[in-house]
Ligand binder design. Structure first.
Ligand SMILES: [Zn+2]
Ligand SMILES: [Zn+2]
Length: 357
């Protein structure tokens, strides 16, 4: 985590949209020569500061749409808050991203699903099964806990069936603990996560609220999540069109993690398929409007859907920022895989890019 950018209580930085990139990153200054004692004191202080500062940390594990691309994996957001390590959606490649962070898959304390589109769930079997291996990267010894909309229980039961041979073999051969492969799935019942929102988890000072979003007439239920902890919060949009209910639930949040979809206007006009896809999501101009009304300390894009065909290339990331700037002037971050956001105790948000070294 060599570079970071901090958004203070009232901070608002126009350099976010500088020509050479959507954000400015400042290098942490290197320390002058230190003797051993000073170094020890410094390490203790830094550790204490990190422990305190990172009690609410949000990491984008995957920022893609369903498109299979090497630079962006499937949608998933890790929220480390208090004692919890929660995943919101489990798209393609999540186990790889978690282990890049050196977080054993078995240490995830709960999974929450926004909806059952496959790009949000296809990483589940890998997370569940690989997380059960008694290795440094796995090591689960307690049940796999998952909350999701109606259909989640069925999906998990079918996965158990699909992988029954593997489970049977590893129980006998590797003597993996049976509790570690068990599944505890809970569904948001129809009408339990309506417009007013429904608290689906409330423990250890962490409250998770699901609220209905609008991902299209046939894609119901679809929810977004708000995670509250010690007067701070993050809101995760899930997949949604512009939706007043999301605005209502996002008000007052420090960090708004939001999906977006864009294509060149000519392509939207000429391709019914593209028009349909765009119609299930939020345009950057609409997202900008949401951000203006909600006014979070930081708005960050994830689930970045950029559509194209042979005649019309996909919009660039700069285009995405420029479209957003038509309706929003505040702090904005284009998300990328393994980018983290620390919601500090004073309510400010610090961005950390993943250091691949
Ligand atoms: Zn979807
Ligand atoms: Zn999606």
């Amino acid at each position: 985590m060599g570079v970071e950018n901090r958004y203070g209580r009232n901070a608002y930085t126009r350099q976010l949209v500088e020509k050479n990139g959507p954000y400015r990153l400042t290098k942490t200054p290197t320390s002058p020569r230190l003797n051993a004692w000073k170094l020890l004191v410094l390490i203790v202080l830094v550790n204490a500061a990190l422990t305190q500062a990172q009690d609410f940390k949000v990491t984008l594990l995957g920022t893609a749409s369903p498109a299979p691309r090497p630079d962006r994996f499937g949608p998933s957001t890790l929220v480390e808050v208090g004692p919890e390590k929660f995943l919101f959606d489990v798209g393609r490649g999540v186990p790889i991203r978690l282990w890049q962070l050196r977080i054993p898959l078995g240490k995830i304390t709960g999974v929450f699903l926004t909806h059952l589109h496959s790009d949000h769930t296809s990483g589940i079997p890998d997370l569940w099964l690989t997380g059960w291996l008694q290795t440094p990267y796995g090591s689960r010894t307690t049940p796999f806990r998952i909350w999701g909309p109606v259909g989640t229980t069925d999906m998990m039961a079918h996965l158990e069936k699909a992988y029954q041979a593997d489970i049977r073999i590893r129980l006998v051969d590797e003597k993996n603990p049976p509790e570690g492969i068990a599944i505890v799935a809970e569904e948001f019942q129809e009408g339990v996560a309506p417009e007013q929102g429904s608290v689906v988890y409330d423990k250890n000072g962490v409250k998770v609220t699901a609220f209905t979003v609008d991902h299209g007439a046939a894609i119901k239920p679809a929810v977004g999540f708000r995670i509250d902890y010690q007067d701070r919060s993050v809101v995760i949009s899930g997949d949604t069109r512009y939706d007043e209910n999301l605005i209502k639930h996002a008000k007052g949040t420090q960090l708004l993690i939001y999906e977006v979809a864009a294509a060149r206007p000519k392509l939207i006009e000429t391709s019914p398929a593209v028009k349909r896809i765009i119609g299930h999501h939020t345009s950057p101009q609409e997202a900008g409007h949401v951000f203006s009304v909600v006014a979070p300390k930081l708005a960050a894009y994830t689930h970045i859907v950029l559509l194209s065909n042979a005649d019309h290339p996909e919009p660039t990331l700069d285009d995405l920022v420029n479209y957003t700037r038509e309706t929003y002037e505040g702090p904005l971050q284009l998300g990328e895989d393994l980018m983290s956001f620390v919601i500090e105790q004073d309510g400010s948000v610090t961005v950390q890019k993943f250091d691949k070294q």
